[in-house]
Design a protein around this ligand. Structure first.
Ligand SMILES: [Zn+2]
Ligand SMILES: [Zn+2]
Length: 489
């Protein structure tokens, strides 16, 4: 470890890693570049946006049997959001990155330069890259701007520094090619992780996160629509874009406040089975319906609706409603691999999925909160792969490739998950006044049948045959309630 005094404020500054070339002074935010046995102040580093990440400098953990400590971080912003890259130092001096993108974590370690990598400009999602005998597939290609940093870092980074990265995936493994520093990219290898599996210690507590960020990640917060002033609900630290259901204004939520991005021309004219804000209980977890999209196959006339649900514990889930019924759709962390001896099938969890159809899907209408930027007219390429009732879907855009799995769901299951907030509930809500009067009648009938029994109890008990009259009396009292309830259905 190398320690010195900050040339700007005199506070102690240390470099724990021999590979670190830069550190940000904790006290005055001076960016200090290490040169031989001295440090040079190259100006102030922007402060990081205080967000919901439970990770901090000093957080420790274990990855694949090796202990690491977090020593620095950079925040990166791209057009659809931002994420944190935490620089970690392993006990043996190797460096790595623990990435936190709205609670999706990956840990990758530096495995040296990739002289065989294609140039950044020609990379496309879906492109293969062979590493160590395994085919990795390009999943995500993006350029991002560094907007802030802290702690020590393995390269010089400052305001306006641009990261150019491509993430490749193979099953659960990640391989990142980082083109930020020159022509030969650096290669990082790792997996998707969660903080429990990393046995993380010295994380920020919930109280600290609330104190610094205002609330916890995933909690439903609300703000006024910058277009019409109406209330908009969104999960804090998770949603990056809001589309106002009342006026169609699209706002960006990635900064400190909502920034207007544009306006959607089409307003909701269709009826939907589920409404924004609806609560569901699925698999023992609470979900909130935060967004919906109405989509159409390019060149076709039919529509389907996609509902985005969020659970602070389980993350995102999609419910898709089409003329074929309902599907529950989950984005896959474990990617399928090409099936052996077939070029029209992929394999996942011991099952072969046959390639079925490819088409283009167009968003016609969107409302609510989303974790990416969506607008009417957005188009993605889709390929469906089928195994019995199970379906895998591959979704391509210019920057991303996503795999998800869809399973059919019955209307009964949907109704069960949402209580009475689905189709049947909409009917009940429309029949509100009638339902209320039914409720009133019910109360009255209960009161009167109670009184009836009270006054007739001695006769019911002691006089032979009078219990039949009692039953008839009760039936007459309850009749308006029973007929009213059946009228509602
Ligand atoms: Zn300083
Ligand atoms: Zn609005």
């Amino acid at each position: 470890m190398y320690s010195t005094a900050c040339p700007s404020c005199g506070a102690p500054v240390s470099f724990k890693s021999a590979a670190s070339v830069m550190a940000v002074c904790e006290y005055c935010r001076a960016t200090l570049v290490r040169e031989a046995d001295a440090v040079r102040d190259i100006g102030k580093m922007s402060a990081v946006l205080e967000d919901y990440s439970p990770i901090r400098i000093t957080t420790q953990g274990v990855f694949e049997g090796r202990s690491f400590a977090v020593v620095g971080r950079i925040q990166l912003r791209y057009e659809a959001g931002y994420w944190n890259e935490w620089y970690v130092l392993f006990d043996d001096g190797q460096g790595g990155w623990l990435s936190d993108a709205s609670g999706q974590y990956t840990l990758t370690v530096d495995i040296g330069p990739a002289s065989d990598a294609p140039v950044f400009e020609v990379l496309k999602p879906g492109q293969p890259y062979l590493h160590d005998g395994e085919v990795f597939t390009a999943a995500d290609i993006r350029s991002a701007q560094c907007t802030g940093g802290e702690g020590e870092l393995p390269f010089r980074v400052g305001e306006g520094w641009e990261a150019r990265v491509a993430d490749f995936r193979q099953r659960r493994r990640f391989l990142t090619l980082d083109y930020s520093d020159g022509l030969t990219p650096l290669r990082y290898l790792g997996t998707a992780v969660d903080l429990d599996s990393l046995k993380c210690q010295l994380l920020r507590s919930d109280e600290e996160i609330v104190h610094r960020a205002g609330r916890l990640r995933g909690r439903i917060a609300s703000l006024e629509c910058p277009g019409c002033g109406g209330p908009l609900a969104y999960p804090a630290g998770v949603a990056t874009q809001l589309v106002c259901p009342a006026c169609g204004t699209r706002s960006d939520l990635t900064g400190d406040q909502a920034v207007v991005l544009g306006k959607q021309r089409e307003l909701k004219s269709h009826t939907v089975s589920l409404e924004l804000g609806a609560q569901a209980r699925i698999g023992g977890q609470s979900y909130t319906l935060i967004g919906m999209m109405r989509c159409q196959e390019a060149g076709e006339t039919g529509f389907w609706t996609e509902y985005l649900l969020y659970s602070p514990r389980k993350g995102f889930l999609w419910l898709v409603e089409s003329e074929d019924g309902w599907e529950r759709v989950q984005v896959l962390d474990d990617w399928p691999v090409p099936a052996p001896s077939s070029n029209s099938a992929v394999r996942l969890g011991g099952q072969n999925f046959q390639k079925k159809v490819s088409y283009r899907s167009v968003v016609r209408y969107a409302a609510g909160a989303f974790n990416w930027q969506v607008k009417a007219g957005d188009t993605v390429g889709i390929t469906d792969w089928q195994a019995g009732r199970d379906k895998l879907t591959q979704e391509f855009s210019d920057a991303e490739l996503v795999w998800s799995r869809a399973v059919p769901v019955s209307q009964g299951e949907i109704d069960g998950w949402f209580g009475r907030t689905s189709k049947s509930a909409t009917g009940a809500a429309k029949a509100g006044p009638k339902g209320e009067s039914g409720g009133g009648l019910g109360v009255m009938a209960k009161y009167f049948s109670g009184a009836y029994l009270f006054f007739n109890l001695p006769i019911t008990l002691f006089a032979d045959g009078s219990w039949i009259l009692t039953l008839i009396g009760l039936a007459l009292l309850w009749w308006p309630v029973i007929s009213n309830a059946s009228g509602n259905d």
